[in-house]
Ligand binder design. Structure first.
Ligand SMILES: CC(C)(COP(=O)(O)OP(=O)(O)OC[C@H]1O[C@@H](n2cnc3c(N)ncnc32)[C@H](O)[C@@H]1OP(=O)(O)O)[C@@H](O)C(=O)NCCC(=O)NCCS
Length: 204
């Protein structure tokens, strides 16, 4: 498996990246910000993405988004192709994009929002902490990305204070505590409480 900083030679993978993200979101039944191949190609062109390839076969991807005049960056669009899941690939991709983010934007806070336990676990081990949305970027362009998510009405109803996603933040100014593990049970319980609270109208 080759995990590299992506460039223009990877343009041919833009479509499969978008398709894999879209199909996975549908299968999970969760919300997701929509990405177009043009948008992905921009990330490849700027060296702001990491791609995993097994020979020539697409295996995984993640990219950097820059917000609030580079005061914040996000590692977004993490996807591992179903054929390559459960082998630690997401962890390796996230590690690589995390290192790239720190190298390119050493002073930026790195954040992400997620509904997924695997991502929560990986972020936590990298030194991210769960935070309220008010600690994330207030760049309206970031929050606009949520408009294509099926849970966008929740974010609107709560005046952008909370949603089904959990916000996580790595602050380079704070020394991360090592060896911490996420409590998966507590995370799933919290997720189920949020779903009951925010989605009850849709179930009726
Ligand atoms: C989420 C995803 C990226 C995980 O990829 P992966 O390569 O299978 O993940 P890894 O093998 O690196 O596993 C990372 C951790 O998550 C755990 N994990 C993986 N899949 C899991 C699942 N479905 N449920 C619970 N935990 C899971 C692993 O056990 C591991 O934890 P550990 O270190 O405690 O053992 C992949 O399933 C995917 O692309 N899903 C669809 C897109 C998506 O959800 N993206 C995230 C959007 S925020």
């Amino acid at each position: 498996m080759n995990i590299v900083v992506a460039n223009t030679s990877h343009f041919k993978y833009a479509q499969i990246i978008c398709d894999t993200i879209a199909v996975s979101a549908k299968v999970r039944g969760t919300g997701i910000a929509k990405r177009t191949p043009e948008y992905i190609r921009g990330k490849l062109e700027n060296g702001n993405a990491v791609i995993a390839l097994d020979g020539d076969t697409f295996a995984g991807f993640c990219y950097i988004e820059i917000w609030g005049h580079a005061k914040y960056v996000a590692n977004s669009g993490l996807i591992v192709h179903p054929d390559f899941r459960g082998k630690g690939l997401a962890k390796s991709i996230k590690q690589k994009i995390f290192e790239l983010s720190k190298e390119k934007f050493p002073d930026a806070k790195i954040f992400g929002i997620t509904t997924g336990l695997p991502v929560m676990k990986i972020n936590y081990e990298l030194g991210y902490k769960p935070v309220t949305f008010s600690e994330l970027t207030d760049d309206p362009e970031f929050w606009k990305g949520c408009q294509t998510c099926k849970n966008f009405d929740v974010l609107t109803r709560t005046e952008q204070k909370m949603c089904l996603c959990t916000g996580m933040l790595y602050d380079p100014a704070t020394k991360p505590k090592k060896e911490k593990k996420v409590n998966g049970k507590a995370f799933n319980r919290l997720k189920s409480i949020k779903e009951q609270l925010f989605l009850k109208k849709n179930k009726k």
